[in-house]
Design a protein around this ligand. Structure first.
Ligand code: ZN
Length: 558
């Protein structure tokens, strides 16, 4: 699932010790799979798909190519029909790799080096610059500061933070800085480097990103330079608290420039053809995303990180809906590293394996495909399986597929998306348990589709109890807009998003195959299979009775 903010993921290095690290994830020998959807088969596939050898499957890297190669091998083995480019299982999605080119910054005879004294936060496309006058933008949190466009235009703006704002923690400081008006500024300097935990430091100093060729996270923001306190003070000529806002304090001599080079990634597209001579020209689309976050810049100790994050989740649960713990509350969390070490040695980990996100959806779609491929009598409509790439960098693969569909877009009668379907236990999420499942979007375009999902569920021996909390219009988690189904829904295609929800290992290196609840995941997979079958065999296509979005280019609304 796509991260809500610019993913200042709470990676903390906690007592990363012992060099003799044990390998993660815990290995398991894959066994041959069978057409029936079983916990055993899902496990066999997921231990392959979430293995360290796939390096976190980040789009635009050879690891993602390796992952999509595995899916295509599965599809071939099952006898699915290839539905990608020119008779293959692959649809190539063009991407661009953006690298920051910088130079040392010289201020009054002192030289500050890239990745030592400063980093460039590189998640959006901005204009380059090569030196500019510096303006002090004041302390963020000080309500008496009112910068005008004249004061910031063409300048590098250095901000500080009031002590109250600093106490709120890095993430709040960062996001509040991003919402400051800096009309026409060529750069923004935030003195956040010294206070950042080392893993976040690595994240803030990343010097490259992979994005779609056009669009993506283009923002009207200048590059954000994350500087040490010493560099920020040199730029404003003294302590920030004493500097006068709105005045030119010096010159930033150094360049910040983007170098772009083409790269690409692959959607995997396959089909089981329908049995009805007419209805087979309509498709029930099933989707998941094949990519994840890749290798992180710094290794962390798996067990203490996980113990910490589980306590954060528990604290959130105690605080109640919509509340986040304060830095003071977070600082009070103590992880008993000694008791962890009694069980085993430190295990250093830097690979985000994304077993749940979205290894789970990926293998679930594979199991559903294998089940339909093995049926003697095929469903009336055709089944279209799309494993999208680039979800984590902004729903890029599903954006591409729906703009370059390999079947007519209006012949897709519904899209059923699975992203993170392997958890949902009581310890993972409020209300969790074996019958837990979140549904999002199921009635937003077609009441009939939402009703049908309910009906299919009621026929189960052990029905799920659906959690619609995250489907609520305006819900702050914005889940409806955070996975691939949103790209289909914007074209008026009825969707249902199935997920067992966010949890402590979400977007952490601890999202491993060993923490997946396989029987629960098999039940979800079977339900989605049964819903797909019901949609495929219905005597009419799902009726769209709700208004379609005004335009596919409109911003998604939760
Ligand atoms: Zn994700």
């Amino acid at each position: 699932m796509l991260s809500l903010r610019f993913a200042l993921s709470a990676l903390l290095v906690l007592a990363a010790g012992a060099a003799n690290a044990q390998q993660l994830p815990v290995k398991r020998q894959a066994k041959p799979t069978h057409p029936a959807i079983t916990a055993e088969d899902l496990m066999s596939r997921l231990y392959v798909y979430a293995d360290d050898s796939l390096g976190g499957r980040s789009s635009g890297t050879p690891y993602n190519d390796k992952a999509t190669g595995i899916i295509a091998d599965w599809a071939k083995k099952m006898g699915l029909a290839p539905m990608g480019d020119s008779g293959t299982f692959f649809q190539t999605v063009p991407l661009v790799r953006r690298t920051w080119v910088t130079s040392p910054v010289v201020v009054g005879g002192t030289t500050f080096e890239f990745r030592k004294d400063y980093g460039v936060f590189a998640q959006w496309v901005t204009k380059p610059f090569d030196g500019a006058d510096v303006v002090f933008g004041g302390l963020i949190g000080d309500t008496s500061v009112h910068l005008t466009a004249d004061q910031t235009k063409g300048k590098v703006v250095v901000f500080g933070f009031t002590p109250e704002m600093a106490a709120k923690g890095l993430q709040v400081q960062f996001t509040s800085a991003l919402t400051r008006p800096v009309a026409g500024a060529v750069g923004v300097v935030l003195p956040l480097l010294d206070g950042a935990p080392s893993a976040i430091r690595g994240f803030l100093m990343k010097d490259e990103s992979v994005s779609p060729v056009s669009g993506g996270m283009t923002m009207s923001l200048p590059p954000v330079i994350i500087a040490s306190d010493a560099m920020a003070q040199a730029l404003v000529g003294g302590p920030l608290a004493a500097a006068k806002w709105g005045t030119v304090t010096g010159h930033y001599s150094g360049k910040v420039q983007l170098r772009e080079s083409p790269t690409s990634a692959r959607n995997v597209v396959a089909m089981v053809e329908g049995s009805d001579p007419v209805l087979k020209h309509e498709y029930v689309a099933l989707g998941a995303h094949n990519d994840h976050l890749g290798v992180q810049s710094q290794a962390v100790d798996h067990d203490s990180l996980r113990a910490y994050n589980l306590q954060v989740e528990r604290l959130k649960g105690e605080l109640g809906e919509g509340k986040t713990p304060t830095p003071t509350q977070l600082a009070a969390i103590k992880v008993n590293v000694d008791s962890i070490r009694v069980i085993r040695r430190a295990r250093l980990d830097s690979i985000a394996n994304g077993a749940d996100d979205d290894g789970s959806g990926t293998v679930a779609v594979a199991e559903i495909a294998e089940a339909f491929a093995g049926d003697k009598v095929k469903p009336k409509r055709s089944m279209l399986f799309v494993w999208h790439t680039g979800e984590e960098i902004g729903l890029v693969g599903s954006d591409w597929y729906t703009r370059h569909p390999t079947v007519p877009l209006d012949s897709i009668v519904a899209q059923l998306n699975m992203d993170m379907v392997g958890r949902g236990a009581a310890g993972d999420i409020k209300g969790g348990g074996p019958a837990y499942l979140q549904l999002v979007g199921s009635r937003r375009l077609s009441t009939e589709l939402g009703d049908l999902v309910e009906m299919v569920n009621k026929m189960r021996k052990q029905p799920f109890s659906f959690d619609y909390t995250f489907d609520a219009p305006g819900h702050p988690e914005n889940i409806y807009c955070r996975s691939d189904h949103a790209m289909y829904a914007r074209f008026g295609i009825p969707v249902t998003f199935f997920t067992t929800g966010l949890h402590a290992d979400y977007h952490q290196v601890t999202d491993e195959a060993e923490y997946i609840d396989y029987p629960h995941m098999a039940a979800v997979t079977q339900l989605v299979h049964d819903v797909a079958l019901a949609v495929a065999n219905a005597d009419h296509r799902m009726v769209v009775d709700k208004p379609k979005p005004s335009s596919p280019n409109a911003v998604c609304k939760q």
